[in-house]
Design a protein around this ligand. Structure first.
Ligand code: SF4
Length: 283
């Protein structure tokens, strides 16, 4: 069986940057904890833990000598204030594209819009973006959403990992839903081109293979969406976290297997998958 990797896969620049910032910080300045997983990938979290980073979920868990890292997903204004109030040092690894989405939300609210974020309300990135709307926003996956009485203008933005085509469809549905209810509707595309490139490369790969493996944590929103995108092409698609999950029966009668990976999947995890496929099923 031939194994082909997608043209674009694995770590995006935002994740590479966040991991490098933490590694440098641990090496040069010592104790550090991250408020939430630095990215949604267990291998990355474990590797940083081995280097001395500590994962916490609440600021009450911070030790007095530690710096606090904000993850690539970003955080709300209140989190920055709470860290500063405790006199702790912040290592801000927020991805610049997530930061742009936060700034966009903040600016739109200042311009008088109520902001609708197309995204998963419980995802840390979405919670962070929403906090920059100071209560004048909502996160939703469907356009039928309550807006405060007296709202004259809405703005529609997206969780950065949303597929741009799906965002366009959502924006169209939201426009239909709110036409006649408000006088102004603004659409700002805050999706990340990095994830879009992975979805595109995954769809193209699907045309050339009999089966696709999508590598990455199940908690990673962009990896899940990448798997959905590949699966939507009709090619049998399996989302795995590591090479150990590969099952022989997936490849019966397959000549070509495609491999792709989410933006938070490290190179070595992808290589382990490719090596396993080549050593056990390679031509
Ligand atoms: S996927 Fe995009 S938004 Fe998310 S960390 Fe990577 S570059 Fe940043």
């Amino acid at each position: 069986m031939k194994v082909i990797k997608a043209d674009v896969l694995g770590f995006c620049f935002g994740v590479r940057r966040a991991v490098a910032m933490i590694e440098t910080e641990l090496e040069k300045n010592g104790p550090l904890c991250t408020l939430g997983a630095i990215v949604h990938n267990t291998h990355v979290v474990e590797s940083l833990t081995e280097k001395g980073g500590r994962l916490i979920h609440d600021l009450n868990e911070v030790r007095p000598n530690e710096a606090v890292a904000i993850t690539a997903h970003g955080a709300g204004d209140e989190v920055y204030s709470a860290i500063r109030d405790r006199g702790l040092r912040i290592v801000d690894t927020t991805c610049p594209i997530v930061r742009r989405a936060q700034q966009t939300a903040e600016k739109l609210v200042k311009e008088g819009y109520f902001v609708i974020v197309y995204g998963e309300a419980e995802h840390p990135e979405v919670k962070g973006i929403l906090s920059w709307t100071a209560g004048k926003g909502v996160a939703t996956q469907t356009p039928e959403v309550e807006i405060p009485e007296g709202t004259t203008g809405i703005a529609v933005i997206a969780q950065t990992t949303k597929n741009p085509q799906q965002f366009a469809q959502f924006a169209e549905m939201a426009t239909r839903e709110f036409a006649g209810k408000v006088t102004e509707i603004r659409i700002v595309n805050t999706t990340c081109p990095e994830t879009g490139r992975r979805y595109q490369a995954g769809s193209e790969l699907a045309k050339r293979v009999d089966v696709i493996l999508v590598v990455g944590s199940r908690s990673s929103a962009n990896t899940r969406k990448l798997a959905e995108t590949c699966s939507a092409t009709g090619v049998p698609t399996y989302h795995i976290e590591s090479a150990s999950e590969i099952k022989e029966e997936w490849f019966d009668g397959c000549d070509v297997c495609g491999v792709t990976a989410g933006a938070s999947t490290p190179d070595e995890v992808i290589e382990n998958v490719v090596n396993r496929l080549n050593s056990e099923r390679g031509e």
